[in-house]
Design a protein around this ligand. Structure first.
Ligand code: F3S
Length: 397
């Protein structure tokens, strides 16, 4: 692999041990994927932040890197395992909170912004179209490539950290224009309407086309919140890191010859696959983290009402500050729901606390089932809030 003088110096350890190790990791990764060079990145987003997933070995690795490691570019973090300011009230254990705090301190020492969110693009880590970055949260990667038009592979936690410490990443995969072309056309027949439909579509498509890049037509002009929830879903169920939505995605693509038509039955099947029969005892919105518009909508749905079921809205702390200023948080809290920052349903140790999650996110269903042993139900935010207030889940028409 060709290295610049500065990259060679980092590899030789002239800029410290953390950068030397990082360069070794990036070069090894580049060799696996046939990269000929490293490309400078303007932004990094690091996943693998929750102590629940890292454990003691992960914490030791971070502490070691933090001895002399300093990031070279704007770097933000994925959700952690707790709400940093409110963990006690939300019922997280002191022991877990202490361990999580040590993890965050290690990241902070390296110069990383401890803004624990999977929506970096909503809180200021929003690179410009065409820029190369190294992001590791799968939903943010899908949204970034497909909606913002930035270029990133789906990094692992260690490779993203290495990119942050060195300012470069191997040029392969979605950093190369030829790999960003769609290979299958998806005709939605304008059937996909609500954000829950988009979440379910991600499940249906992910299972059907795997990690092929789709070109989506007859889509009904989804807004960014719908694309956010769709990206999370298709990345989870199919592993794809990019999609094209006709008229939305900045990248140009040839129209693929292979066509898949999505029917009403496909969507119905998706809904039933994500819906269990148990009674809901937990409502979670904000996977990916809720935007200010989504919080506004929830405040309108809960205004003057009281929830009967624990209702948590997950968001970035910075987004919550905006909601505080606009008065949305007050309405939501007065209704008895909670706004939870820095963490989420998947990376938070919630196992055993709830049995059945209602949500508008297919990714939340997937991880709720997988990591927290929840049963799940999926529906629109309107339906989830209705369930919260009425106390039961109404069947779909
Ligand atoms: Fe974000 Fe957690 Fe969902 S990281 S995309 S809220 S599983």
């Amino acid at each position: 692999m060709r290295l610049t003088q500065e990259q060679q110096e980092m590899l030789d350890g002239k800029q410290g041990e953390a950068r030397r190790k990082s360069m070794e990791l990036l070069i090894a990764l580049g060799k696996i994927y046939g990269a000929k060079e490293l490309v400078p990145v303007v932004s990094v987003q690091v996943a693998g932040v929750s102590y629940k997933n890292l454990g003691e070995a992960g914490l030791e690795f971070l502490a070691e890197m933090a001895k002399d490691g300093k990031v070279k570019v704007l770097t933000t973090l994925n959700p952690a395992g707790i709400d940093v300011e409110n963990w006690e009230e939300l019922g997280y254990s002191k022991d877990f909170a202490e361990k999580q705090t040590r993890v965050l301190k290690a990241f902070e020492k390296m110069g990383i912004q401890v803004s624990c969110t999977c929506t970096p693009y909503l809180i200021g880590n929003k690179p410009k179209q065409g820029e190369d970055v190294a992001w590791s949260e799968s939903s943010a990667v899908a949204f970034g490539n497909s909606v913002l038009g930035i270029k990133t592979n789906r990094e692992g936690g260690p490779s993203a950290l290495a990119a942050a410490l060195t300012g470069v990443t191997p040029r392969y995969g979605l950093h190369l224009e030829e790999n960003r072309q769609a290979v299958v056309k998806i005709d939605l027949q304008n059937l996909v309407k609500t954000e829950a439909d988009w979440a379910v579509l991600g499940e249906v498509l992910g299972k059907r086309i795997g990690n092929k890049i789709p070109y989506i037509v007859n889509h009904g002009n989804p807004d960014r919140d719908k694309l956010k929830i769709f990206g999370a879903s298709i990345a989870t169920f199919g592993g794809t890191a990019m999609f094209h939505v006709e008229g939305v995605t900045p990248n140009k693509t040839e129209t693929p010859k292979e066509v898949v038509v999505i029917s009403k039955d496909d969507l119905e099947k998706g809904y039933s696959e994500l819906t269990d029969s148990q009674e809901v005892d937990f409502i979670g919105i904000g996977c990916p983290h809720a935007s200010i518009n989504e919080i506004k909508k929830i405040s309108e749905l809960l205004n003057g009402k009281q929830v009967k079921i624990p209702t948590w809205i997950f968001t970035a702390r910075k987004t919550k500050r905006g909601a505080d200023q606009k008065g949305y948080s007050k309405i939501i809290l007065e209704a008895g729901a909670k706004i939870v920052c820095d963490t989420c349903m998947a990376v938070s140790p919630l196992k055993g606390r709830f049995k059945c999650l209602a949500t508008n996110s297919a990714k939340a269903c997937y991880y709720g089932r997988g990591t927290n042993d929840f049963k799940t139900k999926i529906g629109t935010v309107e339906k989830c809030m209705e369930c919260a207030v009425v106390g039961t889940w109404q069947k779909r028409e």
